[in-house]
Design a protein around this ligand. Sequence first.
Ligand SMILES: [Zn+2]
Length: 172
Amino acid sequence: MIEELLSANKNFMAKKTPVVSKYPRLRLAILTCMDARLVELVEPALGLARGDAKVIKNAGNILDQGALRSLVVAVYLLGVGEIIVIGHRDCGMVGVDVQALRQKMLARGVPEGAIAELNLVEWIGTFADETENVRRVVMQIRNSPLIPRDVKIHGLMMDPDTGCVEVVNQNQ
Ligand SMILES: [Zn+2]
């Protein structure tokens, strides 16, 4: 697999990529899901181009410590003044069987203690509905003492097949 990517990179280098600033042109950060269907979908569906926004991704666009730390960097070091949480229909994080996941990890040799540190039930067990999750994450960011009040926070839901969005929260 990696060979294919390296070969693609050689071809890619044949054309010139314009240099853009690391400071997002729209002063925007997006927190969205790692779902493969959102690759090359989220940005064009919202009219975003390279250099326009910081994009943070994880499984289920949740506000874990990693996402929060990235938002802190985006706000204080990269000039972000607006955050959009983008969830999507048919998210793989809904309806995950926590016990089945645990069993799979044990079967692959992961120690019990390492699995316990993931807090599977608290992390995945609470993910019941994509829209509810977006609402919750927007509230968590809004209520975080690390994110200043003047930062605007919105929530959107995206259809992973068409890119169509609906507004869940606007400027909370
Ligand atoms: Zn997802």
